[in-house]
Design a protein around this ligand. Sequence first.
Ligand code: PLP
Length: 410
Amino acid sequence: MKNTGFTTTSLNIPYAKKDPHNALQMPLYEAVAFDFESAEQMEANFKGEYIAHVYSRTSSPTLEYFELKLKALTNSHAVLGVSSGMAAISNAILAIVKEGENIISDIQLFGHTYSLFKQTLPGCGIETRFANFKVQAEIEKLINNKTRAIYFETVTNPQLEIADIEMLASIAKKHNLLLITDSTMTPPNVFQAGKFGVNIEVISTTKYISGGATSFGGAIIDHGNYDWTLNENLNKYTEKFGKNAFIAKLRKNIYRNFGGSMAPQTARFMIQGLDILELRVEKCYKNCMALGAFLETHQKVKQVGYPGLKTDKRFKLSEKYFNGIPGTIMSFDLESKAACFAFMNRLQIIRRATNLNDNKSLIIHPYSTIYNEFSEEERKNTDIRDTMMRLSAGIENVEDLIADFGQALG
Ligand SMILES: *Cc1c(COP(=O)(O)O)cnc(C)c1O
């Protein structure tokens, strides 16, 4: 059947090879190496003429099934599962940029991505030029003949700013640059990146896709809509692999040699996570909407940020790109840092933790934690206020969440 919905599709993706027992769950292949029938077959495999799993750092059957599933669910050209979201970001970037070149990134970024761009990549001679991505001219001003990519997050965290993706795609196209997005906040059931001109998607599958904080993982998704001959760093691979140049460079070089593979057990969790993704996102979204409505009318709450709410200034962009579901993270401001801490300490159901998209609702005060390493000026530039809290909505019964908020706000 064609054109089934997200969950139906997820539940019915065929395995790469038929299971000898007709198992209805993809078995966990916890194996490091795979046997060959003859020396000739082995030689053919190493020459690329006979495709089979060889050694699990480069590919393995359970992970392959996760990749197949995510490929179908994102309507993409190729998917590579890796060990974490940070592995997805660093592997993707190292495959397309070399020493002396640069990428252009939005200033609002996940903390460790900012640290990667600001502290780690410069050590490899790779520069990141930061701009405010709300201003088109600021981006174009930074592009030169050493620029290889434009990088942004679909929804920034905890600011919840939404990129004008079509604007970014048009700049990228005009300058022949690769457009890379981190879409962790907006999982593939609400956001189809390829449709809006994104070329490469990177995801921390640790978050939504793991099914509720079960395991660490990441994915790199190639939407098959970039001409790899435009990037000379891919030359060796475009000649041999054409449209598969990027994924081939990862598999035969960056990913293989840095050793960032996803463990089979993790892939098993991720497979399960995809099957229940839509269900969970819908529940978390409903909880966000109900909590948002509650917080907006509460006198102790100064401001609520959730682009799913009609009252939020980013609602239109959320509708345009994410069918109105801009992830399920929300922010709200209380009177002071002390009020935030007192509120957090009174919570009984909502957990004080730093993760996103767990099945449990999680709360954090970003200014004093995730942004602790930032200077006052950096916090100001990235709009991190000491009065702001971030909530990652879970799947609890909404009346319990509202009751917990109510008693903790006092
Ligand atoms: C968590 C996160 C990452 C990093 O992912 P890990 O799996 O923790 O390595 C990157 N980007 C965003 C937007 C994230 O939320």
